[in-house]
Write a protein that binds this ligand. Structure first.
Ligand code: ASP
Length: 585
């Protein structure tokens, strides 16, 4: 037996017991007459001591220990004279009677503790050491618990977990596919699924009624902090349901998770149409932990002689409470911030409301104080507040204001990580114009049903057709989305036409689905939650990488095993890829 107890287990009630522990040497403090060793395992840290009473051969072993050595230690539990209130085992220590080095260790490239000295790159290269850090382990324990809670909940609601294939047909709609060459079918490729979308719909045709899967998905996209080329979804589909049934079921799941993990009760989630989200928050994923809503000022300020406003399609603003004291320098800095390419505003107009209610503005040349006052009223602004105004193209300006709103909220500390404010964004547009391809694209995916009352507009005014599509948003993070599906092959064919597919292309890519729909497809709808995002949100982290055991970096590389990597000429040859690659060079 390697151990009788773990390093997180012993308390004063164990005093006088002989125990054997095993773990990693966190650190050794040699005080001459006495040596202290912090022994760490997954469960905690226990202090081991060697003193004048300790046998010489044990002391000799202690002397050769280094950081991260794996040892087995035998000894007697005793109460500490100076207790450490910061750790659960801080009242006891183990007086060593035996010590065996199970494995030595090289000096690790960074310290294995919560506040490590390892930079990001080093930590990723030695991810297995990074994963020894308790804080990182906690994230993965949380992840495992959340997966368990989700599984139990959905199983309890009658959902069946079904595995769908990982090697599928390439259907490049949405992101780019990762492809896998087929050795046995020269010149042909599988794709890795961007989601199990079509399979879960086929499971509905097959009568499974309620499906879920906690499943890896793959998208060959440009990466950001909240994106990984492979990521995990809680993927679901239900038959004989309407939008409302899906929202209720997954609101139930989310509330259950908040309760189980954070012991939090949540109010029913508000539902916000996409158009309101854009008008009032400048975002399709509004953070509603705070107000600071956008106000449309176009009607009030356009045509008053200020050229910047007069030529703008839209003029809007936000009111940052208590920021009226901002100095010239701070305002200049904020102006530079909105002019960055990521925000893309041309400039920033400000109105300060002085404590006595008078106003001071950067557009005084064009607007008198009397003209500006009514503006401050529409924001409900009071003395000491600051109104910030952007103008230009409508959607672009709303989005820029939305980002400015988040920035101001960050500065004002209005986005606490321990508060969770979920909402449903509903009534998304069905289509969005794809400039590059010069055609309409599905905003969600091509299987999303238009609102029945909007179907007649499909041919006349496609941009204004709304979808039965919905997103769950928590704290400004899109946690998941889904839709009611098209289940009649006729409407699906019409949708493919709007999306610019010829009947032949539609048949080649989606023929099997359309065919299946001819055999009695039930009405169905579904949703998928981004599991990595959900876990990182619950953990109060900013990056999903911290909740993934072996993540990839911003270039999609695993720096630990150095992939992707070239493959041998023989492999290429076998896969019939040699010719293609040579030709490209
Ligand atoms: N397949 C969709 C996605 O991955 C989710 C859904 O519509 O159920 O975003």
């Amino acid at each position: 037996m390697y151990r009788t107890n773990t390093c997180g287990e012993l308390r004063t009630t164990h005093c006088g017991q002989e125990v054997t522990l095993a773990g990693w040497v966190q650190r050794v403090r040699d005080l001459g007459a006495m040596s202290f060793i912090d022994l760490r395992d997954r469960y905690g840290i226990t202090q081991l001591v060697a003193d004048e009473k300790t046998a010489e051969e044990v002391k000799k072993q202690v002397a050769q220990l280094g950081r991260e050595f794996v040892i087995q230690a035998k000894g007697m539990v005793r109460e500490r004279t100076s207790k450490n209130k910061n750790i659960p085992t801080g009242e006891i220590e183990v007086e060593l009677t035996g010590l065996k080095v199970l494995n030595a260790s090289l000096v690790p490239p960074f310290t294995i503790q919560d506040d490590t000295d390892g930079g990001d790159d080093l930590r990723m290269k030695y991810r297995y050491l990074d994963l020894r850090r308790p804080a990182v382990q906690q994230n993965l324990f949380l992840r495992a618990r959340m997966a368990q809670v989700a599984r139990n909940y959905l199983s309890g609601q009658g959902f069946t977990e079904v595995e769908t294939p990982v090697m599928i047909k390439s259907t490049p709609e949405g992101a780019r596919d990762f492809v896998v060459p087929s050795r046995m079918n020269p010149g042909e490729f599988y794709a890795l699924p961007q989601s199990p979308q079509m399979f879960k719909q086929l499971l509905m045709v097959a009568g499974f009624d309620k499906y879920f899967q906690i499943v890896k998905c793959f998208r060959d996209e440009d990466l950001r902090a909240d994106r990984q080329p492979e990521f995990t979804q809680i993927d679901c589909e239900m038959s004989f349901v309407e939008q409302e049934d899906v929202l209720n079921t997954f609101e139930g799941l989310t509330r259950h998770m908040l309760k189980e993990i954070h012991q939090m009760d949540t109010e029913p989630f508000p539902r916000m149409p996409y158009s309101d989200a854009m008008d009032f928050y400048g975002s399709d994923k509004p953070d509603i932990r705070f107000g600071m809503q956008l106000h449309d000022l176009t009607g009030q300020v356009k045509g008053k002689g200020f050229p910047v406003f007069d030529t703008a399609e839209y003029i809007g603003g936000i009111c940052a409470e208590g920021c009226g004291e901002y100095t010239r320098k701070q305002l200049d800095e904020l102006t530079a911030w909105v002019k960055r390419p990521q925000i893309g505003a041309g400039g920033l107009v400000n109105i300060k409301i002085n404590p006595d209610g008078s106003v001071k503005s950067s557009i005084e040349k064009y607007f008198t104080a009397e003209e500006l006052k009514p503006l401050t009223v529409s924001f409900g602004a009071k003395g000491g507040d600051l109104i910030l105004i952007l103008s230009g193209d409508k959607v672009k300006t709303q989005v820029a204001l939305g980002l400015l709103r988040l920035e101001m909220a960050n500065r004002l500390g209005l986005r606490p990580k321990n508060s969770f404010k979920p909402l449903w964004v509903v009534d998304f547009p069905l289509l969005e114009w794809n400039e590059e391809a010069n055609r309409w694209s599905a905003m969600h995916h091509p299987f999303t049903s238009p609102k029945p009352e909007d179907i007649p507009m499909l041919d006349t005014d496609p941009g204004n057709v709304r979808a039965n599509a919905y997103d769950l948003v928590i704290n400004g993070v899109e946690i998941g989305g889904g839709s009611v599906r098209i289940f009649e092959s006729g409407l699906q064919a019409r949708m493919f036409k709007v999306l610019g597919f010829t009947p032949e292309q539609a048949e080649f890519q989606f023929g099997f689905l359309m065919n299946a729909f001819k055999y009695g497809a039930p009405p169905h709808a579904g949703i998928a939650f981004g599991f990595d995002r959900l876990v990182s949100l619950f953990a109060g982290l900013d990056s999903i990488r911290d909740v993934i055991a072996f993540p990839k970096n911003n270039s999609g590389r695993d720096v630990m095993n150095d992939s992707p990597s070239p493959i041998s000429a023989e492999q290429l040859d076998e896969l019939n890829l040699v010719v293609n690659i040579r030709q490209k060079k």
